[in-house]
Design a protein around this ligand. Structure first.
Ligand code: FPP
Length: 210
């Protein structure tokens, strides 16, 4: 969801205002995705590298995750099940504060019975870290390291292969997102910053040949 900072900067607003608008836009887009009958929507909310951002910005983004994971009533009305992928909270390098852990756990539990779209938020996520952990675990499986055993040890094995990967705000890189799952993905590039990514943008992404 790139371009929150640039969206804000072009309006003379602080970067944090862009992130706030980005969270609002995600809530709007979830509604659109449900109307379009999308079954799986996975968003990159916070990467393993994002901890290096200035502390006030990190705090603000963490607060927005608490807000998003707190939208349980809305998600239940939409029959959306929320999920999370990222470094396990108890891994040595993990830094997720307890209040975010709690919000994530509660949202997952409170939407667990929903049968519609699965919204997966990647938080403290890095594709390479995920693959290192999966390969390490796969080494101990009966068949050793194979495509199947790696797939079975990803953070969320049930996540299907990615059909369409979206990059907003003119970025033309994959940036360590779902590296394994995106092996066959079509990629939709747009110059629109994330807060401006609307239903027309989503439809253009879905219209890509797959
Ligand atoms: C990228 O824009 C955005 C982030 C790293 C922040 C995470 C996304 C949000 C806050 C949107 C809401 C989502 C959730 C899951 C709460 P950027 O800061 O890189 O902007 P720039 O590319 O213009 O600098």
């Amino acid at each position: 969801m790139d371009g929150n900072g640039r969206w804000a900067g072009s309006r003379g607003l602080p970067r944090t205002a862009g992130h706030t608008e980005g969270e609002e836009n995600l809530a709007r887009l979830v509604r659109v995705a449900v109307r379009r009958n999308i079954k799986w929507l996975t968003v990159f909310g916070f990467s393993t590298e994002n901890w290096r951002r200035p502390r006030p910005e990190v705090r603000h983004i963490l607060g927005l995750h608490e807000k998003l994971f707190g939208r349980v009533k809305e998600l239940n009305e939409l029959n959306v099940r929320i999920q999370w992928i990222g470094r396990p909270f108890d891994s040595p390098a993990a830094r997720t504060p307890r209040y975010v852990q709690r919000a994530i756990r509660k949202a997952i539990a409170d939407t667990a019975d929903n049968t519609g779209m699965v919204l997966t938020v990647a938080f403290d996520y890095g594709g390479r870290s995920e693959l290192v952990a999966a390969v390490e675990a796969a080494r101990h499986s009966p068949d050793g390291v194979t495509v199947d055993s790696i797939s079975e040890h990803l953070y969320m094995p049930e996540l299907p292969p990615v059909d369409v990967l979206v990059r907003t705000s003119g970025e033309r890189r994959v940036s360590n997102f779902l590296l394994w799952q995106s092996a066959g993905a079509a990629i939709y590039f747009t110059d629109a910053p994330w807060p401006d990514f609307d239903e027309y943008e989503l439809d253009a992404a879905l219209a890509l040949p797959r």
